[in-house]
Design a protein around this ligand. Sequence first.
Ligand code: G1P
Ligand code: ZN
Length: 541
Amino acid sequence: MLYHATTPFNDQKPGTSGLRKKVQVFQQPHYLENFVQSIFNTIAAPAGATLALGGDGRYYNCEAIQVILKMAAANGFARVMVGRCGILSTPAASCVIRKYRTHGGIILSASHNPGGPEGDFGIKYNIANGGPATETITEAIYATSKTISLYRLIEAEDVNLAKLGDTKLGEMTVSVFDPVADYADLMESLFDFAAIKTLLAGGFRTLFDAMHAVTGPYAREILINRLGAAPDSVINAIPLPDFGGGHPDPNLTYADQLVAALYGDNPPDFGAASDGDGDRNMILGKHFFVTPSDSLAILAANAHLAPGYKNGVAGIARSMPTSAAADRVAAALNIPCYETPTGWKFFGNLMDAGKVTLCGEESFGSGSNHIREKDGLWAVLFWLNILAVRKQSVEEIVYQHWARFGRNVYSRHDYEAIPTGAANGVMQHLHERFSDLTGTQLGSYKVLYCDDFSYTDPVDGSISTGQGVRIGFSDGSRIVFRLSGTGTEGATLRIYLESYEPDVTLHHLDAQQALQELIGIALQLSELRQRTGRLQPTVIT
Ligand code: G1P
Ligand code: ZN
C-alpha cells in the first residue's frame, strides 16, 4: 500500500529548532508520518535526490528512522544516507549534507531536552547548505501539515542499521555509513592536531562529558584515538536512549559530574561537555566557568591561532540575547557584527553570503562557516588549539581578554514549565509598559529604549518579528525577556541580563552578585513573581 489516508494535526508548528514534542505525541498513529510527508511535500525534492538521515540516539530514534526510510522510498528519493545505528550528531549531519551534496537532511533530536519514553523527541529538516530550514520553509511545512490528507510509505522489512554499506529498499538505496569519520576529518582540517597532541602528551589533563548522548563516539575517536588523550578523559561516553536518566544539557546544573571534577581537588586543566545532539558546548577551566557569550568573543579574538582561521574572520554574528562581548572583538578587528533572532537558522544566510565566519549564542552554542549548525566538539577543539598555542590556563586567557576588552557580565535566568497564560501575561504587561518606560530612571539605570526585537535578513530581506522584549539602559546594560520556542511543557520564560564592566579590579566578581540590581529591576518591571507565583528561576546559567 503506497498511499495512506490521514487527517491533520493542528500542532505541528516547528519552533526554534524543528518540531519538538513528548515522545507519546510522536507515537500517536500518523503523527510522525504526517509531519514527514509535510516536509517532503514542501521541499519537493527532484527525482534522484539524496537525503541524509540520523539522530541523537534518543528513545524512538530507530523506530522513526525505519518509518522515514520507507516514506523516503515511497516519495521517490534515490538514496538515503543514514548514520550507522541511526546515529548522527547535528553538526555531523550538517557536515555530511555539505560534503556529499545531498538535497537536505532529516535530523531526529530534541537537543538538550531529556529523552526516554516519558521524555521528548524532535525532528527537523536541514537544507542543502547543511543548515536548518529557514522560517519560510518551516512555515510552509506547518501550513502543509494543517491540510494533509495522505502520506506515502512503502511496505518493506526494516533495514539493518547496524551494518555499514548499501541495501535496497524498494527502488531506493539505503547507504549506512560511519557517522564519525567525515566529521573527525573535518575537525582535523581546521585545527592544529599536532599542537594539541603535544599539549596532551605533556601532562595537560582534559575531561569531556558526553552526558550519555551522541558525542561519546565522536569524542572518543577525536580526543582519544586521534589526539592521544587518556582513555578515561571522555566520561559518560556511551549514548543511551534516555541519556542515563539525565538531562543532556551542558551547563553548571546538569553536567554535574564534570562540574564536580573541575571544581574538586586536583582538577583537570580543561573540562567540556556537549548536549544530546552534539551542537552545544560548555567550557570549564580549573574552578572556572567560561560564559558562552565570552567563549564566542574569545574564539573570535584568537581565531588566527587555528589553522582553519589563520586568514582571519570575515564577520561575527550573535543572537540578540547573547552578550555584546563579541561586538567588542569585531570592532577591534574592524569586521562587522550581526545581531540575529534566537536560533541557528538565522546564521545560514549570512554564512552563505560570506558575511560571517563565526557565530554564537548565549545558550552554549558556537560555530563557524565550516558547517551550518552550531558545533560542540568544534568549540572544544578550538579551545584546545588556543590553549596549546598560548600555553596559559583557561582562566588566564579569559582574564586577559576582559582586561583588553572589558567584561560583559552576563547571566540567563530560566523559569521553566510555567502556565502559558501567566507567561503570556508577563510579556503582554511588558509590551504595555514600553511607552512609559523610555527615559525613566530605575535605580542607577536609565532606560534608553524598550522594544520587541525584529530582524530583517540582510541577504533575503525576510522579516522576523516578536523575537524578544529588550530594555536597554544608557550605560549599555540590558535586560531581555523572551519565551522559549523549544520547550514541550507549558511555557519557559527566559530573562537575559547583561552589564558592561570596564574596571579590571571588578572583573573577579561573581556574575549574580554583579547583576543583582538588574535582576531586581527585571523582576519588578515584569511582575514575574506575582504573575507566575515563581520566586526563583529553575535554571541559572
Ligand atoms: C534554545 C536557545 C537557543 C537555541 C535553541 C536550540 O531556544 O535559547 O539559543 O538556538 O535552544 O538549541 P529557546 O528555547 O530559547 O527558543
Ligand atoms: Zn542541541
